[in-house]
Ligand binder design. Structure first.
Ligand SMILES: [Zn+2]
Length: 454
């Protein structure tokens, strides 16, 4: 079992409120505050990393606290309305490994941008999100990658800084990134856009997963239902707020009498393999509330922060080598809406390039789908599929069914793009039809297609 890893960030529907004690942050990673409040209380941010199970606290009032200068190497690509400012500490600190590797670094940085381009195509938002890519690990042990966000140490359900930055159009804290990411390049990675070999973990797949933790699909509960000990207050995520024990429909986390979030279940609920995400949109899309990952024993850093591992989803707790999970299942996009990203939807524009392999695309122009059926499944109702021309004929033998309104465009085409079974290859049906005409001369009358005949 290879664990993905993520940092948690915070919640969604409610905006962080300055605590009674003064500004306090809770995050997965670490937090600081600037002193706009002269209260004697420390300003504390807490960070948490799913898969890592690590919580950090930062007291911004501490004399040891040092502000991080803006990186001179920061890059700021923009995708679908979101500008991502990315700082690579490998590069700033000239580590020579990871994203700073002399021959592999460029591909690795391009794959992160591929992941961010896909996520942007789903969120349908405008604004800025800051990503800090920590110095890479190279030990090849533990998590593949980890990411998360920050939370205010204020009693509430929160989606995290990434959501808040977009939602409020204001940076929650200038000294803290919205998403913190670490990758272990001691593993064997597929660092290209094509399919991984059987021994390679797929970097794009893992990065989409980690960034999604940073968007707020993450739990702050430990095995006893408590938030991280670095939080002074009862802080949980908007994702936590939608978790319930399936049998009996018992909320695991809900506001108590005093209005603050409380753990309403028992520790046995958290290892029951019977926890579901009850978000309204996800439940509608999935047909029932999709199961969350709640194994026995409690898997710190993975339990409750993922969908169950037997679902077809990006946000399962692990990914084997040789497998791609680069695009969300529709119920995961619905879950993003449920935790606060109300505009999340299938992309209104997806790309296809028939020279690419199946299951390697994200549908963006940079990483197009290889099959028309994939594009049809992943384009929004009324959206546009753009087929890249001058590549190759479809040799996929796919016979896609168009089941919703869409526009299909051919782009940069010199010749006709053929879709479906290639001419010159007869199917069994065609062969039988010809045979009948030869011997009976009646054509196919009396054999309606709807009955599965010719
Ligand atoms: Zn994860």
């Amino acid at each position: 079992m290879y664990l993905l890893h993520s940092f948690l960030t915070r919640t969604g529907n409610t905006r962080p409120v300055r605590s009674r004690k003064g500004p306090v942050f809770a995050i997965i990673i670490s937090v600081l505050l600037f002193s706009f409040c002269l209260s004697a209380s420390a300003e504390i941010l807490v960070g948490y990393g799913p898969h890592r199970g690590v919580f950090k606290t930062v007291d911004t009032d501490s004399p040891d606290f040092k502000r991080r200068p803006v990186s001179p190497n920061r890059v700021s690509p923009e995708f679908s309305g979101i500008t991502w400012t990315i700082t690579y500490l490998d590069i700033d600190n000239i580590t020579g490994v990871g994203f700073d590797h002399s021959t592999k670094g460029a591909d690795r940085r391009a794959r992160l941008e591929d992941a961010l381009e896909y996520v942007s195509s789903i969120l349908n938002e405008t604004g800025t999100l800051d990503v800090l890519v920590e110095e890479s690990q190279t030990d090849g042990n533990g998590f593949l990658a980890a990411a998360g966000t920050y939370y205010w140490d204020t009693p509430s359900f929160q989606t995290g800084f990434a959501f808040e930055h977009i939602d409020t159009e204001s940076d929650p804290h200038g000294d803290f990134e919205d998403i913190n990411l670490t990758v272990d390049f001691g593993r064997t990675w597929n660092e290209r856009t094509g399919a991984p070999s059987g021994s390679q973990f797929d970097l794009i797949s893992v990065l989409v997963h980690e960034i999604t933790h940073g968007l707020g699909i993450s739990s702050l509960s430990d095995s006893s239902g408590n938030p991280p000990p670095t939080f002074e207050e009862k802080v949980y995520t908007t994702w936590d707020e939608e978790l319930e024990r399936d049998s009996g429909s018992q909320d695991l986390f809900a506001n108590g009498i005093g209005g603050d979030p409380e753990f309403k279940g028992s520790s046995s609920d958290l290892i029951s393999n019977d926890v579901v995400f009850k978000g309204a949109d996800a439940t509608t899309d999935f047909g029932s509330s999709p199961p969350a990952f709640a194994p026995d024993p409690f898997d710190s850093g993975s339990s409750l922060s993922h969908f169950d591992d037997d679902l077809t989803a990006v946000m399962t707790p692990s990914i084997p080598p040789g497998v791609t999970k680069r695009v969300y299942s529709s119920f995961e996009i619905a879950a993003l809406r449920d935790v606060g990203w109300s505009n999340a939807s299938l992309s209104s524009e997806v790309w296809v390039d028939f020279s690419k392999s199946a299951e390697t695309g994200t549908g963006t122009s940079s990483v197009p789908f290889g099959r028309l059926s994939e594009a049809i499944a992943n384009v929004a109702e009324g959206g546009t599929i753009k087929i890249k021309g001058n590549t190759e004929e479809s040799t996929t033998n796919e016979m896609p069914t168009i089941n919703k309104a869409m526009t299909i465009e051919a782009v940069d085409v010199g010749e006709t793009i053929r879709i479906g079974v290639l001419s010159g290859k007869w199917s069994l049906t065609e062969w039988l039809r010809t045979l009948l005409k030869t011997f009976e001369g009646t054509g196919d009358e009396g054999y309606p297609e709807s009955e599965g005949g010719f």
